[in-house]
Design a binder for this molecule. Structure first.
Ligand code: ARG
Length: 466
């Protein structure tokens, strides 16, 4: 040996120690310690199975399971702080187990590789977080639903091209975001099925010579099935990609709502007021109240998209089976999980106590525009005038009103009838914003009846699923 015995965890094949900079470069312990609880649980299942199969003795199995539990306690108490020389969480745990148990600790890694081990840990971790994020989506939906239920009769201008289009029930607007969140919730449930597959027992890449029982470890760890191919088991990261894609969509939805909140809070809109709980001030302009929460949600969206892209690029050129590139799967995943969780929490708080809609301001907003113009055309069409002809006529009326600084409701009955003999006194009722909204009672439309029934369906869903 040319240098002092290497503290590195791998075999005696190596004569010299790693370059210190390469130790740092190679190590994942700085971030994969986050997997330790799953690593311990996975190893306990593995040890139990080894003992049940007679690959190690029952006493050895029990000692290993207890030793791993002790490491868990040490970790939770802040006493387990492996250094970079441990390389990764898997080596760190095995080393500590061997300190605790001597030679018995060295038996844990029988019939296993870090390749199937890290895949197991990552899946157990992600399964937990998927469940948590689904619960958070439910919380967020509850808060949005409570707002929607209060605002069925509150009107808000509806936009296309960010131009006033047709007035809406505010609840209808919020319900759109409830549906997006529902798809997000479903999507996570769907990917969870594929995620919940055990790679444990695939070994390094080819399986093992020992008579292991993969069904048993899968069952102990709550996996629904095992990978059918050992190469696929150690190199598949599809469920990470699926998760990052689902996380990206959650962020798209949150970010769109965030953008609306930012607009609505502006002086130009004034549809909402931000409470002091979720807004911040400026260091120089004393009058300012800034919508930092939705801005941060909008801003954090990009990094989740980035993690999806990074994961896809890591995978695209990899030959089978495990390659160290795959160690790059973790930091982006952890960051995406943490970003989605924190953004969902922040948006939930924002809608629970961070903002209030301004009904007076909203009521004025829907009165002061031509967003009832379609209803005038519909009025004539319902009385037999071909829609396109009615549409053109109303276009001319709007132009004339604009020239005179009038709204449609300001026209006298005589003026209406001069435009078309079909107009009668009920035109005023037909173009009043409340009626305009109420009348759009087609399925999935903004009519109050439709909105009430849509919200009832959402409430049922939220009450019948965890
Ligand atoms: N730290 C590694 C990772 O995150 C664990 C697997 C290492 N496997 C190996 N063959 N070097 O991917």
């Amino acid at each position: 040996m040319t240098q002092a015995a290497a503290p590195q965890p791998w075999s005696d094949r190596f004569e010299t120690a790693l370059h210190p900079a390469i130790v740092v470069f190679n190590a994942s312990i700085g971030f994969d310690l986050a997997l330790i609880e799953y690593d311990l649980t996975g190893s306990q299942a593995h040890a139990q199975m080894l003992a049940e199969q007679g690959i190690i003795s029952r006493e050895e199995g029990e000692a290993i399971v207890a030793g791993l539990e002790q490491i868990r306690s040490e970790y939770r108490a802040g006493q387990f702080q492996p250094g970079l020389d441990a390389e990764d969480v898997h080596f760190a745990v095995e080393r500590r187990l061997t300190e605790l148990l001597g030679d018995v600790g060295k038996k844990l890694h029988t019939a296993r590789s870090r390749n199937d081990q890290v895949g197991t840990d990552t899946r157990l971790y992600l399964r937990d977080r998927v469940d948590r994020i689904r619960q958070q989506l439910r919380e967020y939906q509850r808060v949005l639903l409570a707002q929607a239920e209060q605002h069925v009769e509150t009107l808000i201008p509806g936009y296309t091209h960010l131009q006033r289009a047709q007035p809406l029930s505010l609840a209808h607007h919020l319900h759109a975001y409830l549906e997006m969140a529902e798809r997000d919730w479903e999507r996570l449930g769907d990917l969870r099925k594929r995620l919940n597959t055990s790679p444990l027992g695939a070994g390094a890449l080819a399986g093992t010579t020992f008579p292991i029982n993969r069904q048993r470890t899968a069952e102990l760890l709550g996996f629904e099935r095992v990978y059918a191919n050992s190469l696929d088991a150690v190199s598949d990261r599809d469920s990470l990609v699926e998760f990052l894609a689902a996380a990206s969509l959650i962020m798209v939805h949150l970010s769109r709502l965030a953008e609306e909140v930012i607009l609505w809070a502006s002086e130009e809109f004034r549809f909402i007021r931000l409470s002091d709980r979720c807004a911040t001030g400026s260091s120089i302009m004393p009058q300012k109240k800034n919508p930092d929460v939705p801005e941060l949600v909008r801003g954090k969206t990009g990094r989740v998209f980035g993690h999806l892209q990074a994961m896809l690029v890591v995978l695209k050129g990899l030959p089978l089976a495990y390659n160290k590139d795959l160690q790059e799967d973790k930091e982006g995943l952890f960051d995406a999980v943490q970003t989605v969780e924190s953004c969902l929490e922040a948006m939930t708080i924002l809608f629970a106590e961070g903002l209030s809609f301004q009904p007076d301001r909203l009521a004025t907003a829907v009165e002061a525009d031509f967003s009832n113009a379609t209803d005038v055309a519909d009025y004539l069409a319902a009385r037999g005038v071909p829609f396109r002809e009615a549409y053109n006529l109303v276009g001319r009326v709007v132009r004339a009103c604009l020239a005179q600084g009038k709204l449609l409701k300001d026209l006298s009955l005589g003026e209406w009838q001069a435009l078309h003999p079909q107009f009668e006194a009920d035109i005023y009722e037909a173009i009043a914003p409340r009626q305009v909204v109420a009348a759009r009672n087609s399925q999935g439309g903004t009519g109050f009846e439709q909105v009430r029934s849509a919200l009832a369906t959402v409430r049922q869903r939220l009450e019948s699923t965890p």
